[in-house]
Design a protein around this ligand. Structure first.
Ligand SMILES: *Cc1c(COP(=O)(O)O)cnc(C)c1O
Ligand code: SF4
Length: 454
């Protein structure tokens, strides 16, 4: 039978207003596109999928992945587990068990053992949890003076899982943290008592996995509380890339957009912090339509992504992505450096190369796209930007600064680290000129970087 590029149900789905279908380890073999993969490629998905979360959906499969380019297609790599994501000895352990037809329990146990070797940012170490009238506000984080993060309990999954995601432990049930924030009253009270907070950022998972009704239960009380100092509500989401129908044809799309309009009508800034990893995600008409609908509510869309091996580690890709974002009226915001967790050996990009990718992309786009800042590490002290590699008095160094810091006086203060071509995170760096420690380390708890939630 000749290969068809479209899922047989795709056309049907489109006319039906696009029903969401998730594909996981359980049903991905049903996809006609998967018939194109070799048995070895399918086996790799099944082996690696025992350890890392795997979920994609009909939109990603039919509209974003170019199956002619598989296995090198960036969106395929973004959603489907890849052999290289496990170190060879880990891969072999699971593959051998599966070959031997070991029972599910034995495989699950081995998978869990491997996960613990992958720096899973374990639970129980949640930091910066705010306290209000003696009660801990579970599912929130107040690390930077102006902004409080809120993790609604129903928003802790996504329309698809990014293979590189640092939140992978939570998607495989390792994370015992109760993100559980039903306590919106407590959140409102906390913000009321903290006049320095200007921004409330809803994050996840993906908060837009929630229905408009559930999201409104969090947002409306905040609006009704009439908190004058709270100026901005942000929602971090990948829905524009993974399920743009969310804003166009989903049953409650209009209700969701009305909620955005009501935020802007209340005189607040409504900001969508949109996660895009590759220009391909900006191509479908449905994304353009979704962006227009969001913009009509008065909301602004800002964009961010980590720089990732095998997905977007070339300056041309970034330049194209930034240019398209500007044309679509989105504002480039952050380029992140991937954290050292999970399959970091596969996706991670060393600091120097990340900076090279950044500067080459930056210099090839106009000033309108240069609102992007990075490459930046979200580490214990703050968001640390790699400004570049330089030399002082014969010593090769990294020039760094904090874009955001837990101590506001640290922001925008340049500092220097000894050059290290392999360094991939702040914890790999030593201060320049033989200084014993970085200025922020005096107050840093031991092993702090394994404990950050964000
Ligand atoms: C990035 C981040 C914010 C938002 O910082 P901005 O620089 O204002 O975008 C807030 N809280 C945490 C924990 C963050 O990592
Ligand atoms: S959408 Fe965001 S939270 Fe969800 S898997 Fe991707 S990076 Fe992680």
């Amino acid at each position: 039978m000749p290969y068809k590029d479209k899922h047989p149900s795709a056309d049907q789905a489109e006319t039906a207003g696009s029903r969401y279908t998730a594909y996981t380890l359980k049903n991905f073999r049903d996809l006609p596109q998967v018939q194109r993969l070799t048995e070895e490629q399918i086996a790799a998905i099944e082996v690696v999928g025992q350890v890392f979360p795997f979920k994609t959906n009909n939109y990603v499969v039919n509209k974003l992945i170019d199956w002619k380019k598989v296995p090198h297609d960036p969106i395929f790599i973004l959603n489907f587990p890849q052999k290289g994501m496990l170190k060879p000895h880990h891969y072999k352990k699971i593959a051998d068990l599966m070959d031997k037809k070991a029972d599910a329990k034995t495989i699950a146990k081995e998978a869990m053992r491997i996960r613990w070797e992958l720096n899973p940012h374990p639970a129980g170490q949640q930091q910066n949890v705010p306290v209000c009238n003696g009660v801990r506000l579970k599912g929130s984080q107040h690390k930077y003076r102006e902004t409080i993060l809120f993790f609604p309990s129903q928003g802790q999954t996504c329309h698809a899982y990014c293979t590189f995601c640092f939140r992978w432990p939570q998607f495989v049930g390792m994370n015992e943290i109760k993100f559980a924030s039903h306590e919106v009253d407590l959140l409102v009270e906390y913000i009321r008592q903290h006049p320095e907070i200007t921004d409330l950022l809803f994050t996840g998972g993906d908060p837009l996995i929630m229905s408009a009704k559930v999201l409104a239960k969090y947002i409306r009380p905040v609006l009704e509380a009439d908190l004058g100092h709270l100026r901005t509500i942000r929602i971090g989401t990948k829905a524009l890339a993974y399920w743009p129908y969310r804003f166009v044809t989903d049953d409650d799309a209009t209700e969701l957009l009305t909620l955005f309009s009501d935020i802007t009508a209340a005189g607040k800034h409504m900001a969508i912090m949109a996660h895009f990893n590759h220009p391909v995600e900006l191509a479908p008409d449905m994304v353009h339509e979704a962006i227009r609908k969001i913009q009509k509510t008065g909301a602004q869309i800002r964009t961010q992504s980590p720089v990732l091996g095998h997905i977007n580690d070339r300056p041309e890709i970034w330049a194209r992505m930034l240019q398209r974002q500007v044309e679509l009226g989105c504002i480039p915001y952050y380029m992140f450096i991937a954290r050292n967790t999970g399959a970091h050996h596969y996706f991670g990009v060393p600091l120097e190369r990340a900076w090279q990718i950044f500067r080459k992309a930056y210099r090839s786009v106009s000033g309108l796209a240069r609102t992007i800042r990075g490459p930046s590490m979200s580490a214990w002290p703050g968001k640390i930007q790699v400004l570049g590699v330089s030399e002082i008095m014969g010593e090769k160094i990294f020039v760094l600064r904090m874009l955001q810091a837990r101590n506001p006086s640290w922001v925008n203060r340049p500092f220097f680290a000894r050059y290290d071509k392999d360094a991939a995170w702040i914890t790999d760096l030593k201060p320049a000129s033989g200084e014993p420690q970085f200025f922020f380390e005096a107050t840093q708890p031991k092993n702090a970087d394994n404990a950050t939630l964000i």
